[in-house]
Design a protein around this ligand. Structure first.
Ligand code: IVH
Length: 704
């Protein structure tokens, strides 16, 4: 699964201009993942990661309402909360947890914590708690003066549904807290779930009544909690485990373990499988113990959650956008099933990659019917020796696309033939080859391959790219088939093409005057698209949104980017050196960019496009900030932050980060061990500062 690159700055610490950039960034990311999910049916990130992006977007918008973009994802993303419930805005967002799957991942999680806290190599790790990850739905319970005032579902993490009347019917949820040390305001968080036995009994009863049966205990719990009529909820056997908290006017303890003890004393059920861990071995032992107990537990769990015990350390570790740095979910192995491989389809992607997709005899895997699974690439089919007619093991891990992980050799039909991966493109017939050192087999047809052209056009108009409202995959295909749109530039001639056509767009099936007019207006609007979107929309291999942004910021105009690529054909040129010197751009990327921009066919389309549209430079970020527009180089050891973090801060403030010192460098941040770069900077009279000075300059030390 792809990692999600998100800005880690807590929302309450963003400046106005950082927020503006973050929103632009999130709009692009979310649009991209919307497309992968809805348009391509090929999500790259988990639902939880996606939700976290949306949640961060909303949190930033809530703090900076004047920055809500016209293309804001919150205006587009289907409202995740049902309309029928009143909304409750969480005073502290309810975010999700990152996942780990292996013992090594657990060690890495601990190493990350140690690095972040700057612990000495031989220092003991901070103790953690380990507790089952309950497979239910989270609920926030707000107590004021010890009385339950409201209960809210997680919703999108920022705004949930008010289900107070239903929560009051759940026996494990006290209406009033008992005991001592009860803060004025305390929001208890935990999981609503249904036991396995209760779920089976409920389904049996539902079936008898001819009513809806639920797929699993989690769905049954969710369906039961989200009832408008609380007498229905009251009749359902819901339970609740308390394991976390949100807003609190005071904390009853300074450790996770201590707070859990108070929650228990106040009347909550706290999971008795919770363990205290002082070492990674303890954590893994707790995981195995809980995994072994899993089948015997009365309720479903899907992993173990580790949390740093010390609350002061939790605070220091803080959150990355999607999840706390101080906690992680160690998931149990993915669910698997065996089914027959009926066929292998070859899909042709935008850059010509041939991706084999397994067509399967439909099979249930963890409550979902699966009939397609990825086989990744040619090498993977060979490694598995997957043959049509074979029985194969399908795995679904979390929310990711199912994959074929193994062939059941015992069940292989006698006549199964080895699969021969095509050496020509199934769409255009051009040779399909793997470049040296690459696993991907690509169609070499380029712009003569209809599949690539159409995929490329779909990418061009997608939300993360040109974002043309009303022009999605389906429409692009229709216009292509009709011959109206063969290149991206044709999109900007669509109105004219339609006007001159025998049957104009408004007379097409499914179109009318209004929809056609709206589409033309949406296209018109994008003639002044932001430069980074335009560069991303070109669909250059290896040039994702962040690279596009770097290029836009570095060169300022489409023409300047193109001129730089032209000049960079010569690897000895200054232009080439400048490109490679942009931190985040490598030689391989430069090569694909130069090849793309200087190819005659692509160049013709780009030139054509630039006569029709006028991409606008990016807003100056953090205008007026002392590092805005400056070129910064980091050298030596950074002691209080990681290189990536330092770089991200610099870029957020509008600086460019370069790898080497030149006459164009404005600031060198030098830590211990700095050598030749420091020397060169001094020779060139570059402003040199240490890390502490940099922190002050960039406002990092306003932290408490
Ligand atoms: S702690 C800030 N502890 O898992 C972290 N979550 O994938 C708060 N969950 O939304 C979550 N059991 O619904 C925590 N023992 C546990 C949990 C748990 C289940 C759920 C929860 C959360 C999701 C994240």
């Amino acid at each position: 699964m792809k990692a999600v690159a998100v800005d880690a700055t807590p929302v309450d610490r963003l400046t106005h201009s950082e927020a503006r950039r973050a929103l632009a960034d999130l709009a692009m990311q979310i649009a991209y993942h919307d497309k992968r999910y809805h348009g391509d049916d090929a999500p790259e990130i988990s639902d939880a990661d996606y939700d976290a992006l949306v949640a961060r977007n909303r949190a930033i918008e809530a703090r900076f309402p004047d920055l809500v973009r016209s293309d804001s994802p919150s205006l587009k993303v289907g409202a995740p909360t049902a309309e029928k419930f009143e909304k409750i805005t969480h005073s502290v967002p309810m975010l999700s947890l990152g996942n780990v799957f292996s013992d090594d991942d657990v060690q890495e999680f601990i190493d990350r914590i140690a690095r972040f806290l700057n612990l000495k190599a031989d220092a003991p790790m901070p103790p953690l708690t380990a507790e089952p990850k309950i497979d239910g739905l989270s609920l926030a319970l707000r107590y004021e003066g010890g009385q339950l005032v409201h209960a809210a579902t997680r919703g999108d993490g920022l705004v949930g549904e008010n289900v107070t009347h239903n929560a009051r019917t759940i026996g494990d949820i006290p209406g009033a807290l008992s005991g001592t040390d009860i803060p004025d305001v305390f929001e208890v968080r935990g999981e609503v779930y249904m036991s396995k036995a209760d779920f089976l009994a409920l389904n049996a009863a539902q079936e008898q009544k001819g009513a809806k049966v639920f797929a699993n205990p989690r769905n049954a719990a969710a369906g039961s909690l989200r009832q408008l009529d609380s007498s229905i909820t009251a009749a359902r056997p819901l339970r609740f485990f308390a394991y976390a908290w949100g807003e609190a006017s005071a904390m009853p303890a300074d450790t996770q373990w201590g707070v859990l003890a108070h929650l228990r004393a106040w009347g909550f059920v706290v999971n008795d499988q919770t363990r205290f861990c002082r070492t990674v071995d303890d954590m893994l032992a707790a995981y195995r113990e809980i995994e072994t107990a899993r089948g015997d537990l009365a309720y479903d769990i899907d992993g173990v959650v580790y949390k740093v015990d010390n609350l002061a350390l939790q605070k220091r570790l803080g959150f990355v956008a999607r999840a706390p740095r101080w906690a992680v979910a160690h998931k149990f192995p993915a669910e698997r099933a065996v089914t027959r491989l009926d066929a292998i389809d070859i899909q042709v992607g935008r850059t010509g990659t041939l991706t084999p997709v397994a067509k399967l005899e439909p099979v249930g895997v963890g409550g979902v019917i699966v009939s397609n699974a990825t086989l990744h690439n040619r090498d993977e089919i060979a490694r598995l020796d997957a043959r049509i007619g074979d029985h194969v093991v399908i795995q679904r891990a979390g929310d990711v696309i199912p994959q074929v992980v193994e062939v059941v050799m015992d069940k292989r039909p006698a006549d199964a033939e080895p699969y021969i991966f095509p050496d020509t493109c199934p769409r255009c017939g051009s040779p399909a080859v793997a470049e040296d050192g690459e696993v991907a087999v690509r169609c070499t047809g380029g712009l003569s391959c209809a599949a690539q052209v159409v995929e490329q056009l779909k990418h061009f108009v997608s939300r993360g790219a040109m974002d043309i409202e009303g022009l999605g995959a389906k429409q692009v295909e229709a216009f292509y088939d009709k011959g109206w749109v063969k290149t991206a530039a044709d999109i900007f001639r669509l109105e004219e093409t339609s006007a001159n056509a025998d049957v104009p767009l408004e007379e097409w099936d499914g179109w009318g005057e209004t929809s056609a007019r709206n589409l033309f207006a949406a296209i018109e609007d994008r003639r002044s698209v932001a430069l980074d979107r335009f560069l991303f929309a070109l669909g250059i291999r290896h040039v994702g949104q962040s690279t596009a942004r770097l290029l836009a910021r570095t060169y300022g105009s489409a023409e300047a980017v193109i001129a730089a690529m032209d000049a960079a054909r010569d690897p000895d040129s200054q232009a080439y050196a400048d490109l490679v010197n942009i931190d985040g751009i490598g030689k391989k990327m430069v090569q694909t960019m130069v090849d793309f921009v200087t190819s005659d066919a692509n160049r013709a389309v780009i030139d054509d496009l630039l006569t029709l549209i006028n991409p606008k430079p990016l807003d100056v970020v953090a205008e007026g900030h002392p590092v805005s527009g400056k070129t910064v180089v980091f050298t030596g050891t950074l002691e209080t932050m990681k290189r990536d973090e330092a770089k991200a801060t610099a870029e957020r403030l509008g600086a460019k980060v370069a790898n080497s010192v030149s006459a164009k460098t404005h600031i060198l941040v030098a830590g211990p061990g700095a050598g030749s770069k420091l020397k060169k900077a001094k020779e060139l009279g570059v402003d040199v500062m240490n890390e502490a000075a940099w922190r002050v300059l960039t406002g990092l030390d306003d932290d408490d």
